[in-house]
Design a protein around this ligand. Structure first.
Ligand code: EPS
Length: 370
């Protein structure tokens, strides 16, 4: 009812607020016997964290994961896994001037209208802080998907405002703070961000994600389609306003003769469908894209109302992200991992005995990414 959980067989429930004592999650349905250690979470949590560069919020959280249950001697036991991260760098006084007001474009307004009460400190439950637990839960999903199927899920920043990569190289994505696939443009991005910060404004972004190694058959027609559940999961990330699967909205201008991904014994000849046909994975890479809106917590004054409905002007100070998309890549990857993990178990439950009915067609012939 309150929708703080996702997944049917691999279910994840998150809890906690940005300035509360802790955030956490409970993962139920993880297969037993998977090695998990607190150190496993470090890399992905660091990739997502604030303060990694001067282009993101300067809040510095330790993001130390405590595994409270569900493992014994380093292996998952099949019982619920509870993970906890204590918040350590809250600065609630930053919010003292906007306690009673609504930032235009922010969930402040709708939380207030819905519940009649809200925790305004750091955006409370609506804060991007919550995404920490999605990334943490997904560490477990990614580990199992990689061990069991060799699945690799990778994302990158595909646009920041009007800037788009002019070349593409996976090997540089993790080597710059933007997750940008074109190393030659990093100085340009740095300058862009410096000017944006100075102007007190924010900007939107696009994150692309690719899951390689997904076997054919995952996804449940008709209401549990893999693409529908991916779209829902990606849309549930803070600030996401658009999701595309495969070619997404570009299909509007395509013809069937060009859009269809022809199949040869040696592989698919293209991947316009994003690896999903009829809501079921085809065995090609699953590709998706998420559009992040420009953050609403900005220094430029904007008109709004207070809780009494009186006209006011809002200016948000504090440690905000001028482009939340910059650190969204690990979050997008995480949501894809959580959906795939759930569908892997769901497919195994119903269709695990079907096996390989036609020789497996390899993924596309080297054209999956762009
Ligand atoms: C956020 C505002 C900032 C960010 C926060 C998300 O928090 P604060 O105002 O408390 O400094 O730092 O992000 C995180 C803490 C995080 O871990 O992602 C917001 O308004 O959503």
């Amino acid at each position: 009812m309150s929708s703080n959980s996702m997944g049917k067989l691999f279910s994840v429930s998150t809890f906690g607020e940005s300035h509360g004592p802790a955030i956490g999650c409970v993962i139920d349905g993880c297969p037993p016997g998977l090695p998990i250690d607190a150190g496993d979470f470090r890399a992905d949590l660091d990739r997502r964290a604030t303060g990694r560069s001067r282009h993101t919020s300067q809040r510095h959280e330790a993001d130390e994961v405590e595994i409270l249950s569900g493992t014994f001697e380093g292996l998952t036991t099949g019982t619920p896994i509870a993970l906890l991260i204590r918040n350590t760098d809250q600065r609630s006084k930053d919010y003292s001037e906007i306690l009673d007001t609504f930032r235009p474009g922010h969930a402040d307004y709708t939380y207030w209208q819905k519940y009649g009460i809200r925790d305004p400190r750091g955006g409370g439950r609506s804060s991007a802080r919550e995404t920490t637990m999605r990334v943490a839960a997904a560490v477990i999903a990614r580990k199992w998907l990689a061990a069991r199927f060799g699945i690799r899920i990778r994302g990158y920043l595909a646009a920041m405002g009007s800037l788009e990569p002019r070349s593409f190289d996976w090997s540089v994505v993790e080597e710059n703070p933007f997750f940008w696939p074109d190393a030659s443009m990093v100085p340009e991005l740095e300058e862009f961000m410096a000017a944006l910060r100075k102007s007190g404004d924010s900007v939107g972004a696009r994150v692309n994600v690719v899951a390689e190694g997904v076997p054919p058959g995952w996804g449940e027609p008709v209401y549990g389609k893999l693409d529908a559940e991916l779209a829902s999961a990606l849309m549930s990330i803070n600030a996401v306003k658009g999701v595309e699967i495969g070619d997404g909205f570009a299909v509007v201008n395509q013809h069937g003769s060009g859009h269809r991904d022809e199949i040869m014994p040696k592989g698919f000849l293209s991947n316009h469908a994003g690896g999903i046909l009829g809501g079921i994975s085809s065995g090609q890479s699953v590709t998706a894209s998420a559009a992040f809106k420009p953050t609403s917590s900005i220094l430029i004054p904007g008109r709004s109302v207070n809780a009494s409905g009186e006209a006011i002007e809002v200016r948000t100070k504090g440690r905000h992200d001028p482009c939340v998309g910059i650190r969204a890549t690990p979050i997008v990857e995480a949501m894809v991992a959580l959906v795939l993990m759930d569908h892997a178990l769901r497919h195994r439950a119903q269709c695990g005995d079907v096996g390989e009915v036609t020789p497996r067609i390899p993924g596309s012939v080297g054209i999956d990414v762009e």
